[in-house]
Design a binder for this molecule. Structure first.
Ligand SMILES: *Cc1c(COP(=O)(O)O)cnc(C)c1O
Length: 524
């Protein structure tokens, strides 16, 4: 039996089962924690300031009439409350985060150290320009790397997330079409496997979205796509590597066909991690692509911090990029244009995406990551990410259905499905059981083209030992799902909360705490 074989037996009792409940509800070091309003009374205060002479205020009608309604807690109670809550959360610093498409990798502490240098951390967007030259240099250097790594012409650094970058790219395409007098091109073609943000972006920008089917091997159907091209098509939005974890080998042919038909090629670059240093999207005919700095170039994301989604543009689209904009010039230099200058250096810009330059902290982290890896190190990132994903794929394909395993090696993520699970068992049961095993679940039911999809992205920063432990856990869970182990239906058993009604929680969130009505005194 290899190290990552689980050896799960249907009769093994779950550890902790049958123990008496504790008085506190705490489970050893996992502490239960009520709402902050339930701990601290709104009638007490955690600090005892002297009354002080209240000066005559100038708020007029705006003076608060009722108490503020916040619980009064001491400093220690407050710190404990948030520390306890934080321990109920999962983080990349705790364990492997196999969330496919999200590229949840280790964030080197060096990045944090650089981002926290006071000269970067404390800059204010309205400071005089001559006091922020260092920060502007960080943006310009990062822009240089992004342009170089993608083989593109210019980059808009300001978009603040991948989805925001998509909007930026599509607005560039819209502006370019209008300038050509072809604003009537209203259709954007999007493959079935696309991330939901792609069709949402196109629709938000006023386009009509049409699906392009996939071939049975999980790639865009080139014939179906070329057959649909015509004078009404503005662009295609394509993800490479795609969300099935496969490289779109026909992208150059797709770009050529789209360009010949007068359209533009938008590439969703969220999966750039798998190809950075190996493939330049500019060489594949891409016109616009966002780069999720918070995926490919580390920087914390999800609950850990904001994102950043710079958009690289081809020479054809660069004139339309939003300000501030960074562009390569004939002499090879790359410069940042912040405002329309007297010489009108960027007159066709469609406008602005953000008030200022974007996410400075993310820029500093991403540039640190890039410089500490160097060009050869970034290439190694892509190679290791792909190697790790293939290790996961080949270690589990005997126990989990792997729909595209026969299509060859995967890129940086491995896709499985719930085909073969016992009747009534689905992906969600495996995902919830993984929580009991101490892992964040993988991406579930996405991409939609795979029924019951499980998309696993280990990233390059995991060791073989960490991958083996994860593979063992997923193998065990898969075996239980295939055997129809009933306890899987109620997993997780060891988490602070078990199965929640996630639909209800999303549709009818209870966001406001109301003081419970006082319990009526029992009659004597
Ligand atoms: C993450 C992701 C996006 C959206 O990026 P955000 O930064 O979350 O807005 C778009 N497409 C794909 C394929 C992604 O993985």
């Amino acid at each position: 039996m290899s190290i990552n074989q689980s050896g799960w037996k249907p009769t093994a009792p779950a550890k902790g089962e049958g123990a008496a409940p504790t008085f506190t509800g705490n489970k050893a070091l996992m502490l239960e924690e009520p709402l902050i309003f339930e701990i601290g009374s709104t009638k007490t205060t955690g600090v005892d300031f002297a009354e002080g002479d209240v000066a005559h205020d100038r708020l007029g009608d705006l003076t608060r009439k009722a108490p503020i309604g916040l619980p009064g807690l001491s400093e220690q109670e407050t710190v404990r409350h948030y520390t306890r809550l934080s321990r109920q959360n999962y983080a990349i610093d705790l364990g492997l985060f196999p969330l496919g498409s999200c590229t949840m990798k280790h964030n080197p502490r060096l990045n944090e150290k650089m981002a926290r240098l006071p000269g970067f951390a404390d800059v204010h967007p309205l400071q005089p320009v001559d006091t922020v030259q260092g920060a502007l240099e960080v943006i310009n250097q990062l822009a240089f790397w992004l342009i170089d790594l993608t083989g593109m012409h210019g980059v808009a650094m300001s978009p603040k997330a991948g989805a925001h970058g998509e909007l930026c790219g599509i607005l560039c395409i819209k502006a370019a079409l209008e300038k050509r007098g072809e604003g009537h091109r209203k259709v954007v073609l999007v493959p079935e496997s696309a991330h939901g943000t792609n069709p949402a972006t196109a629709a938000f920008a006023g386009f009509t979205v049409e699906d392009i089917p996939a071939t049975p091997d999980g790639r865009v159907d080139l014939d179906a796509l070329t057959a649909r091209l015509g004078p009404d098509v503005a662009a295609v939005m394509i993800t490479n590597p795609n969300t099935c974890g496969l490289f779109e080998r026909d992208l150059k042919a797709i770009s050529d066909a789209v360009h010949a038909a007068g359209g533009y090629v938008y590439c969703d670059g969220a999966n750039f991690n798998a190809i950075v240093g190996r493939v330049r999207p500019g060489d594949l005919g891409v016109d616009a692509m966002h780069i999720n700095l918070h995926k490919t170039f580390s920087t914390p994301h999800g609950g850990g911090g904001p994102g950043s989604g710079p958009v690289v543009l081809s020479e054809a689209l660069s004139p339309f990029g939003p300000l501030p904009f960074t562009e390569r010039h004939g002499d090879g230099y790359i410069t940042l244009v912040e405002e329309e200058t007297v010489e009108d250096r960027h007159p066709d810009s469609f406008g602005r995406m953000t008030a200022f330059h974007g996410q400075m902290g993310m820029f500093t982290r991403a540039l640190t990551y890039i410089l500490s890896h160097g060009a050869d190190g970034l290439r190694q990132v892509a190679e290791d990410a792909v190697l790790n994903a293939n290790y996961v794929l080949r270690s589990l394909e005997d126990v989990l259905d792997a729909p595209f395993a026969a299509s060859g090696p995967c890129m940086h993520e491995a896709i499985f499905s719930d085909k073969g699970f016992a009747d009534g068992f689905s992906t969600i049961d495996a995902a919830k059981a993984l929580i009991d095993e101490g892992f964040h679940p993988m991406t579930m039911y996405f991409p939609l083209v795979v029924h019951g999809a499980m998309l696993v992205e280990p990233t390059e920063t995991e060791s073989k030992a960490a991958l083996d432990q994860f593979i063992g856990a997923l193998r065990s869970v898969a075996e239980r799902a295939k055997a129809g182990d009933p306890s899987l239906k109620t997993a997780p058993h060891f988490a602070p909360r078990s199965r929640l009604d996630e639909t209800l929680a999303a549709r009818k969130p209870v966001l406001v705490w109301k003081e419970p009505a006082p319990v009526a005194e029992a009659a004597e």
